[in-house]
Design a protein around this ligand. Sequence first.
Ligand SMILES: Cc1cc2nc3c(=O)[nH]c(=O)nc-3n(C[C@H](O)[C@H](O)[C@H](O)COP(=O)(O)OP(=O)(O)OC[C@H]3O[C@@H](n4cnc5c(N)ncnc54)[C@H](O)[C@@H]3O)c2cc1C
Length: 419
Amino acid sequence: MLEVPNINSKDAKLKKLIYDVDESLFYEDNYSNEEFEHLCVCSGGTTSSCAKNGFTTLDLRKNYNKIHLDRKTNLVTIGGGVIMGDLLNHLQKHNRSFPIGLSKLPGAGYILTGGVSPLSRAYGLAIDNIESIKGFLGNGTFISLKKNQINPEEQLILEAIKGAAPFFSIITEIELKTIQSNPIKVIEGFVNLNELSEIIKLSEEFPENISLQWIYAQKIYIYIFAELNNLEDKRTEENLKLLEKFPALEKQFYENFNKINFFPKELNLYELNAKNHSEVISLLGEDLKNDIPIFIKCLNEIMENKPNNSCYIASQQLGGKTKKLNHGASFFVHRKSTWKPWIYASWKKNDLQEKEVALEWIYKSWSKLKRFYPNIHLAQLHNHLNSHEEEITLAFGNRMNELKTLKNIFDPQGILPPL
Ligand SMILES: Cc1cc2nc3c(=O)[nH]c(=O)nc-3n(C[C@H](O)[C@H](O)[C@H](O)COP(=O)(O)OP(=O)(O)OC[C@H]3O[C@@H](n4cnc5c(N)ncnc54)[C@H](O)[C@@H]3O)c2cc1C
């Protein structure tokens, strides 16, 4: 058994657990092609794909967990098994920070799959802050790639690692830019659907240092996250003032990002409930603008049809700097996106019927939301689900063929998760 936050993976009966990347990992006969067996890689262990019944897991958390901040350059080097909470804690000692997501639990998978943070509108996606990487391709070749110091073939590999690493590489080290740690103001609380509608409208005009995240579980909870960086103080105040008309919202001041915990207990989320298994699918789309009322109606219908109380829909705001391409190209292709909603459902772990119903709700909800959010953020690999093929097509868009080529060349035995 593997002690990880994701319960599906925690319950998996592994074939073998390994901690080091060595030659034997790449021996073809370790994986049986007929059963689509591949190596599962575990960093933070927050997804349902880091361990599977009868599969081998490479757990990077033990031997690839170092964090080192270079005080001269303010670049931080982390192992491929570092979790985002540890990264943030380390950086905070030096008054630095990093755009991590809404939870401190995810590992390097957060960075390699894109990494959408409440700070992304100001600092880009996590991948936009990658300076260099080290690791192994699926054929066993060691790679060490540094931005602006590579040939065209290596450039393509680096671009693909930024967004699609899990399909053809095992990353053991990542060098990242860090940012100055600034205080944060959060406006948070429960709202009703009408208020959510108004707040989404306001948020689509927010400056880059403010972002909205909301979650509709049994009730709707919102967080408006504002980084106080002096430069934007007046605009920040003007925007936050507009929120004073919502009586249930409370203002909180945090010394730094570390001190914030999203998703309060009162929401009663099922995410880490040991009795349940779950899946989540993440979407991408642009500003709703005039479609906000139709979207709210659609959201209401989806939530009225939820099969159990675990189900929720949430969304985080990107845009601003994530729209810019000056960080260098990547396989996070949907750069126009300004919203990343995700759909979550869980079921009692041995109840196959409940599982079917819950997954059906996820798929039906996805199809209703597609008109607003047509693309996919592949933050979770679903090669064990029927939706995998459609998800990867919608995630990698016009770079799908390049990814297939890279997979054929650099993971010819299919040792890593299939495309
Ligand atoms: C509570 C919660 C909140 C979240 N909030 C956000 C958010 O705000 N923004 C956002 O963008 N995402 C968010 N996510 C999604 C999360 O970032 C992704 O699911 C991410 O892939 C998880 O990474 P992990 O290392 O924890 O997972 P794991 O299950 O350990 O890894 C997932 C997969 O990624 C691949 N992988 C991981 N590490 C490596 C490596 N070093 N080399 C090669 N492949 C690797 C493997 O294929 C692995 O199976 C959240 C997830 C949770 C559970």
